[in-house]
Design a protein around this ligand. Structure first.
Ligand SMILES: Cc1cc2nc3c(=O)[nH]c(=O)nc-3n(C[C@H](O)[C@H](O)[C@H](O)COP(=O)(O)O)c2cc1C
Length: 379
């Protein structure tokens, strides 16, 4: 049904207009308590086998909404009701900013991807804090993703992140330092360990000082060299971070899906970050590399090109405790997360698994031999 609506109607409109309309509809859902509770009862994950605990936080299911959809935290309840096990809001910056000029969001449907150069359009940390402090009508796990305000020079980046962290860490179930979006000039340079260490250390001090000690994660780009992925993993361990989110969008275009469906997509070469199916292989590769490096000493959150329960399953087996997605929702519709959790639930039941921990990391380096080879677990 959604696919029909998408191809016949939505795909004819500007993707950002459709996004704003969707956010408005979701907001309406959020301000209608009875409907919100009903939707939550029908669609949110309820199977105890899907529950997962990461960095001290309880998640009703492993699959959550990646950052970038809910920039100003207005859809947390609606997206949780629709079946996401957590919602990562943002990226939020210390100061409100308009983002880049439109058009800045493009579908690349043959490749099942999205290109965006939004540039952290958001109403700022203060506004998000006001939204996040309101009581909620349905349970929701909320990650808050923070980034650098565009006009703030790199030399003042640490203070800018700290300002956001002070506002938002007390309201977050976990906090994410985003240094990996390609659309803020210079942002990804902060991934260099010499710059990243003081930044993460300063934000961690703020996160550690909240009454519940807010878990802190860093989100990295898929375009890092493998050695740099290792260096960030080592740094995260050294600083006592809680986890790593991998990955953000890519600036590469030499990826497998370019020619899918014959002709390349019209907007394939737009400037910006590419997400969705073309990112799948690299995102999985980075996850495997991180798992080989850190084992289960850090929580790994895998994101990039996840389209269905098979993809989520594969990431869990490869060592992710949580998995996120965004782009495929544009092609799959509002029941996407619900369907993924339902299928995962069936899969666990078929195998008699009552605790997701039995699955996480099962096919990560070395584990195959421990379990006597488990090809059958892959599906
Ligand atoms: C339109 C759009 C906006 C995004 N904005 C952000 C953002 O503000 N902060 C962030 O950390 N990631 C952002 N992302 C990246 C996603 O969180 C995710 O890491 C990436 O899209 C890969 O996942 P996917 O293939 O499931 O979309 C954005 C992605 C898209 C498609």
């Amino acid at each position: 049904m959604y696919r029909f609506v998408f191809t016949q109607v939505l795909s004819r409109f500007d993707p950002e207009d459709v996004h704003h309309l969707t956010v408005r509809a979701l907001h309406l859902l959020s301000v209608t308590p009875a409907v919100k509770r009903l939707v939550h009862r029908r669609l949110a994950p309820r199977d105890p086998a899907l529950r997962v605990r990461a960095f001290g936080v309880h998640f009703p299911g492993p699959f959550g909404l990646a950052a970038g959809f809910d920039k100003d935290a207005g859809c947390v309840e609606a997206m949780s009701a629709l079946g996401f096990g957590h919602v990562e809001v943002g990226t939020i910056t210390a100061h409100a900013q308009p983002g880049n000029a439109r058009p800045r969001l493009f579908r690349v449907p043959r490749a099942r991807g999205i290109v965006n150069r939004m540039g952290f359009n958001n109403a700022g940390a203060g506004a998000a804090a006001r939204v996040l402090s309101r009581p909620r009508g349905v349970p929701a796990v909320v990650g808050v993703n923070i980034g650098k305000t565009k006009v703030v020079p790199e030399s003042e980046a640490v203070q800018d992140y700290v300002t956001s962290a002070r506002e938002l860490a007390p309201l977050a179930d976990y906090l994410v330092v985003n240094v990996s979006s390609p659309n803020t000039p210079g942002l990804r340079d902060l991934q260099a360990v010499e710059l990243l260490r003081p930044l993460l250390a300063a934000v961690k001090e703020v996160a550690d000082a909240t009454p519940r000690r807010t878990p802190l994660l860093v989100k990295i780009a898929p375009d890092l060299a493998d050695d740099d992925v290792d260096a960030i993993a080592d740094l995260a361990l050294d600083l006592g971070l809680d986890g790593i989110i991998a990955t953000n969008t890519t600036i590469r275009r030499d990826l497998d899906a370019a020619g899918r469906g014959g002709r390349p997509d019209e907007h394939w070469n737009e400037t910006g970050g590419l997400s969705g199916r073309p990112l799948k292989d690299r995102s999985l590769e980075v996850l495997r590399r991180l798992r080989a490096r850190v084992g289960d000493r850090l929580t790994l959150v895998s994101v990039g090109g996840v389209e269905d329960a098979d993809d989520v399953w594969e990431r869990l087996l490869a060592g992710a405790t949580l998995v996120q997605g965004y782009s495929a929702m544009i092609y799959e519709g509002p029941l996407w997360a619900h369907r993924i959790h339902r299928e995962l639930s069936r899969r666990l039941r078929r195998r008699g698994v009552t605790d997701l921990r039995e699955v996480i990391g099962l096919t990560a380096t070395g584990a195959d031999t421990l379990t006597g080879g488990n090809e059958g677990w892959r599906r």
